[in-house]
Design a protein around this ligand. Structure first.
Ligand SMILES: [Zn+2]
Ligand SMILES: [Zn+2]
Length: 668
């Protein structure tokens, strides 16, 4: 991986190369037979390699202001923490256009930026009136000096966004008063939530340049937005996890909305947590950081409980007369579902239809049925390449593996015994949709999941039809749980959430609780209508006595988090220990395991717990066998020191096994 490493080059003044390189500049250098763009991380008068042996810098991209030492320092920290080379952190954070061999795109971007003035054609919106809790939060955040990590703990619909915006306005105004141009970075988990928020921010900051940074931008746009942030012209940068690596020379505050959200964790390549990096960046810059959530990550909650983070609470809904919905559990042993829905839930949907109100059904399982099987011989639709089932997709008439994307025709009869009666087992969103259409033929039913929103922009378009009131019943996966403010929605039905209760993954219940609180929070966002139904959340479960559901009914995150933290402490799990996970992949499981056995005995250091290598829960994906080795320590610095030494040993070993290391893994 040449892009990731550091190499020495020599620079010589010449008529076409007459501006001296400075740390933070990009430069074009020869690399093998190619010419590539690198980042200058050090300038020295000498090289240990001998100047005459070095290749020459071809050109320095002096038209682009150097990336700041602080930014490089930040990338260096991330690289060391996640045990990766600096270039692997620093370079992917830059738009592709800046890494191109020619400067055409860069010059075009700079020219466009020079001409650009702030233009927001939408009508400006005035700040909303704050309730007392919101006011206290804004005052605290705006008054924060230096590194102050703040947990903004607010129930769904409590107006966290309003707090962010008013605090940001004060921070930007203060910078301006001090004669500087300030910048605020706002991180959000999902791209499909950005347009709504982006519009709101633009209307509230008509004089501030607001840019977005996320993976859905076209390259030209991304370059332009990145340059706006890097030049300091953009006062507000709104982005997803990759935006944490943006260059923002005047950064004065960071906001991480829905800080608990799993999408802040990059799950391939450099497996970083944008939330954790945001805290570190704020620490480095000595600026406040606001972590907002109704269901904070346990790590964050623990920091707030031990006063390392300041906690600010928003316990009431911001819209007057909007009240939190009541949560009710439906025991599916007593009220047996037909077509996946209990009679209680069906009756509740019917009442919404009669009143012209909307219902939302949440089921975290896409497709028609998770598996098909043969009753006669017990055959099930296993994926031939993965430790997983092939999922039935009825509209497409296909079996599909959600892990390796393999597709097959639906067999007419059992491949093993020839029985023609192969049946779908279980229910996904497509099957519930079909059931709803049968029960309520007049109702307008819309399904939103990864299958129905494959095309770019289609998710946004689908959500807009819900906002316009053109949908009576919405059925969807976790995509529908987040952020959206549906004004006419008064019923949320949760289908089949139980599987997560018994998952091997110790984080599954934390995630389930957050998800259920989120989806429950979609109901009753607007003021209660006098003659309307009280907003209601109905959860279909076989385990109504489970404490997780008890905490959900009581709307009591504190209680849930406290008991979960106790469990984690007793079991010696994060946040009470720090972990790193080595993964190994090979054609044969034995090879992956053998490699990890060697790794497990390569270095022994006191205070480091080396677990036994084991096959991963989903052992095979796309015909590759996978195993893992977990390393733990109660001391983060000790673990970091160990990893550095251990990886140096492992990198020196020759092996055909593909391996990687993840620090602070979330899926074990
Ligand atoms: Zn059979
Ligand atoms: Zn597969």
């Amino acid at each position: 991986m040449p892009l990731a490493m550091s190499f020495d080059y020599v620079w010589q003044r010449s008529p076409e190369n007459n501006i001296a390189p400075v740390v933070g500049m990009l430069s074009l250098v020869p690399f093998g037979r190619r010419e590539i763009v690198g980042l200058i991380v050090e300038v020295a008068a000498e090289s240990s390699l001998g100047v005459d042996k070095l290749k020459q810098v071809l050109s320095v991209r002096h038209q682009l202001a150097p990336l700041s030492e602080e930014w490089i320092h930040f990338c260096r920290f991330a690289a060391e923490y996640y045990q990766r080379p600096l270039g692997e952190v620093a370079l992917p954070g830059l738009p592709k256009n800046l890494r191109a061999a020619t400067t055409v795109a860069l010059d075009r971007g700079l020219k466009k930026l020079q001409k650009q003035t702030v233009e927001n054609d939408a009508t400006p919106h005035a700040a909303a009136l704050l309730n007392s809790e919101q006011q206290i939060a804004v005052d605290h955040i705006a008054a924060a000096k230096g590194f102050v990590p703040i947990l903004l703990f607010g129930v769904t619909g409590s107006g966290k966004t309003e707090v962010y915006m008013q605090a940001a306005a004060q921070i930007l105004a203060r910078s301006e008063g001090e004669g500087e141009s300030g910048q605020v970075l706002i991180l959000v988990p999902e791209i499909n939530l950005t347009p709504q928020l982006e519009g709101n921010i633009r209307r509230r900051f008509p004089d501030v340049m607001v840019v977005t940074l996320h993976s859905g931008l076209a390259e030209g746009e991304r370059t332009h937005h990145w340059l706006a942030a890097h030049s300091g012209k953009a006062g507000i940068v709104l982005g997803t996890r990759l935006a944490i690596l943006a260059s923002m020379p005047n950064l004065k505050m960071i906001i991480v909305d829905e800080e608990h959200d799993p999408s802040y964790k990059q799950q391939e390549g450099l497996r970083y947590s944008a939330r954790d990096l945001a805290v570190w960046r704020a620490h480095q810059l000595r600026i406040p950081i606001v972590l907002g959530s109704a269901t904070p990550a346990l790590e964050t909650w623990q920091h707030a409980q031990t006063n390392r983070y300041k906690q600010l609470n928003l316990r009431t809904r911001a819209v007057p007369d909007a009240i939190l919905p009541t949560v009710q559990l439906i025991d599916t042993e007593r009220d047996k579902p037909s077509v996946g829905l209990t009679s209680t839930l069906i009756a509740a949907i019917k009442r919404r239809l009669e009143r012209g109100e909307q219902s939302l059904l949440f089921l975290n399982r896409r497709g028609y049925a998770p598996v098909i099987n043969c009753d006669a011989c017990g055959w099930v639709s296993n994926c031939p390449r993965c430790t997983a089932f092939m999922v039935l997709h009825k509209p497409e008439q296909r079996l599909r593996c959600h892990h390796c994307s393999l597709e097959q025709r639906i067999p007419r009869s059992c491949p093993t015994c020839g029985n023609v009666d192969v049946q779908p087992l279980g229910r996904g969103t497509q099957r519930i949709e079909e059931g709803l259409q049968g029960l309520f033929p007049e109702a307008r039913v819309l399904r939103i999941d990864a299958d129905s929103t494959r095309l770019k922009g289609s998710a946004q378009a689908a959500f807009e039809t819900v906002h316009r009131g053109e949908v009576d019943i919405l059925i969807g996966t976790q995509m529908v749980a987040k952020g959206h403010d549906f004004q006419n929605l008064t019923l949320v039905g949760v289908l089949n959430p139980d599987t997560a209760l018994f998952s091997q993954d110790y984080r599954a219940s934390e995630r389930l609780f957050a998800q259920l609180m989120q989806v429950a929070g979609r109901a009753g966002r607007a003021a209660q209508k006098k003659d309307g139904n009280i907003s209601q959340v109905l959860v279909q479960t076989r385990y109504p006595a489970h404490p997780l559901y008890g905490a959900l009914v009581a709307n009591n995150y504190d209680q849930f988090a406290t008991s979960l933290l106790q469990e984690r402490q007793q079991a010696g799990l994060p946040p009470f220990v720090h972990q790193a996970l080595m993964r190994a992949e090979a054609r044969e499981l034995a090879d992956a395991m053998a490699f990890l056995q060697v790794a497990a005995t390569s270095l022994n250091i006191e205070g480091i717990v080396m677990n036994e290598p084991i096959p991963m829960t989903m052992t095979r994906v796309a015909n590759i066998e996978r195993a893992q080795l977990l390393v733990e320590s109660t001391s983060r610095p000790a673990l970091q020191a160990f990893l550095k030494e251990w990886l140096a040993i492992m990198r020196a070993k020759k092996t055909s096994v593909k391996w990687s290391l993840e620090v602070d893994p979330v899926d074990i």
